[in-house]
Ligand binder design. Sequence first.
Ligand code: IPM
Ligand code: MN
Length: 346
Amino acid sequence: SRSINLAVVPGDGIGQEVVAQGLKVLAAVLPQDVKLDTKEYDLGARRWHRTGETLPDAELDSLKGHDAILLGAIGDPSVPSGVLERGLLLKLRFAFDHYVNLRPSKLFPNTATPLAGRPDIDFVVVREGTEGPYTGNGGSLRTGTPAEVATEVSLNTAYGVERVVRDAYERANSRPRKKLTLVHKNNVLVYAGHMWKNIFDKVGQEYPEVTTDYLHVDAATIFFVTQPERFDVIVTDNLFGDILTDLAAAVTGGIGLAASGNINPTGEFPSMFEPVHGSAPDIAGTGKADPTATILSVSLLLRHLGYENEAVRIEDAVAADLAERTSDTVRTTDEIGDALAVRVAS
Ligand code: IPM
Ligand code: MN
């Protein structure tokens, strides 16, 4: 019989609240014959305050044994900036070789967006997840003095670029519009930029049906706002992808709806699914957090594990729920989770 052995890392702030709703909907959507096992991991700010640990080896090892990881949010103002980001979130992405950071953007009905009335926005950003300026490759000389010099080197390997570009072509090839846009900045970043473009063109020869396009990242931000319907699949480096996907979320319904998957396509390591938003300490505990981004991340998780019908049921439930949401219905985190759990079960 089928089973899912899920690791749950609620993390900090609203992470706790939204993950509870994600699990509620997951339990509601799964067929009876699928056994769901969950194990919760106490990682994040509280753990760090208590023990000084971010992600001990024993826990990393144990996480490795799961089919997938559901993560809420990491970060708290009481922890110095970067400690949990590097020591926990990025450590997981790197250790489990999550080289595809998948961030879909779809304009759902009835959502607060500067682009209302543009129903045809439906694109996905394939953000490289293990290289670029995120590798911690840099340093500072004469730190804190007026003569300080700091470097933050962007690491790009042909191996790393080719595998993520190939994944993006595969995704584009399987979508109706079959369009792939490379976003970089190769008019200035000539070494990495030219390597990305050369690899993009070379791999493209294997996908004759995919239409390709190149945009500099600054121009891409304009089109995200003025012409988002031109995009289908976008492939880009780790930092450009970080920035573009916040913008994408903002123009397609807000960060409360943006889901993501940190995917290890080879299956060697568990993939990890999380909302794009952070821990929002300002609203933690108030019941104001929208769990939809986490619930849509559960949909990505199900698709990754081969439960396509269940993944679609969640997306349809969210679309139906949003269609009925109006600006004067104020619902709590729990109420939104309940409503979606009811919809996916029926
Ligand atoms: C994200 C976040 C992270 C990132 C931070 C918290 C390290 O902004 O998931 O987009 O930059 O990748
Ligand atoms: Mn980000």
